[in-house]
Design a protein around this ligand. Structure first.
Ligand SMILES: C[S@@+](CC[C@H](N)C(=O)[O-])C[C@H]1O[C@@H](n2cnc3c(N)ncnc32)[C@H](O)[C@@H]1O
Length: 273
């Protein structure tokens, strides 16, 4: 008789405990204070339309609270199987088992594309490693809230101090860098604007050719999919123009106005070349 056959005679194989090395955690388990959870959800502006991901979700309190209080859907990911068991039990007790999912996995293996909100309570070094993934996978306008830790030179769009902690919020910027050919539908005379834009996080720089005269982009910003900047238009006697537009893929569309005359708005728009 083989060893395994003999073993089967004496022990139910389902009861065998296989030795596994401890999960390679990058951060220890420290749950977010219960009192801070609502502030995180408020700062992230979570609604029932959101899909919230918590990377390193601990006992699942953030995702479960978002589902229970705000009707959001969510995914919690933790490397530690004990935490995932707790999450599942907590979700069942909260009655949100149909709105949330929990996954035992490494946070670096998660596809972030479905998430509209991401919460983190990790370490600065992990936030920095996640940054390119956030930028490339999350949609423009999605929100990221980190409990306590920052993202180095990606400055937060908002910082909230509550219960002796800093909560940092970032809005994922649209991919605005590149060349754009645009038209300003000015009733006084349609003009063409060629933009060369560069972006570093939410700051936009570059130059514009307006009616064949070059001018620098001033005060450029991208907030989610909302682009704003200022141009001194030399061909129009140095008029200062404010531009605002919404970016959708390779198109942008919005309004511009002479500084100080915001109620005289002119339509403009264009496409990436
Ligand atoms: C500081 S706790 C935060 C828990 C929860 N997000 C909260 O705010 O209450 C960090 C969690 O990350 C988990 N963790 C550590 N390294 C991880 C990794 N590489 N992938 C996924 N989870 C990880 C830990 O097991 C721990 O539960």
């Amino acid at each position: 008789m083989s060893i395994s056959a003999r073993l089967n005679d004496v022990v139910d194989p389902r009861q065998l405990r296989v030795h596994r090395p401890p999960a390679p955690r990058d951060v220890p388990y420290v749950p977010t204070d219960d009192a801070v959870v609502p502030a995180i959800l408020r700062l992230a502006q979570v609604t029932s339309q959101d899909v919230i991901y918590d990377l390193g979700c601990g006992d699942g309190r953030i995702v479960i609270s978002a589902a229970k209080r705000l009707g959001a859907r969510g995914l919690g990911v933790d490397i530690d199987p004990i935490r995932i068991q707790e999450c599942q039990e907590n979700a069942r007790r909260a009655g949100v088992g149909d709105r949330v999912r929990f996954l035992q996995a490494s946070l670096f293996d998660i596809d972030l594309r479905p998430a509209t909100v991401l919460t983190l309570y990790l370490l600065p070094s992990l936030n920095i490693r996640l940054r390119p993934k956030i930028m490339s996978e999350m949609r423009p306008g999605s929100r990221v809230v980190s409990n306590h830790f920052d993202m180095a030179d990606w400055q937060p769009d908002e910082v909230l101090q509550t219960h002796h902690r800093n909560l940092n919020r970032w809005v994922v910027p649209a991919w605005v860098a590149g060349e754009w050919h645009c038209t300003v539908n000015d009733p006084a005379g349609r003009r063409h604007v060629r933009l060369h834009l560069e972006r570093r996080y939410q700051i936009v720089t570059g130059k514009a050719m307006v009616s064949e005269r070059e001018t620098m982009i001033g005060q450029g910003r991208i907030d989610g999919d909302r682009l704003t900047f200022r141009l001194v238009e030399w061909g129009r006697g140095g008029a200062i123009m404010r531009y605002a537009a919404t970016i959708e893929g390779n198109q942008l569309r919005g309004h511009c106005w002479t500084e100080g005359r915001e109620n005289e708005r002119i339509e403009w728009g264009g496409a990436r070349v």
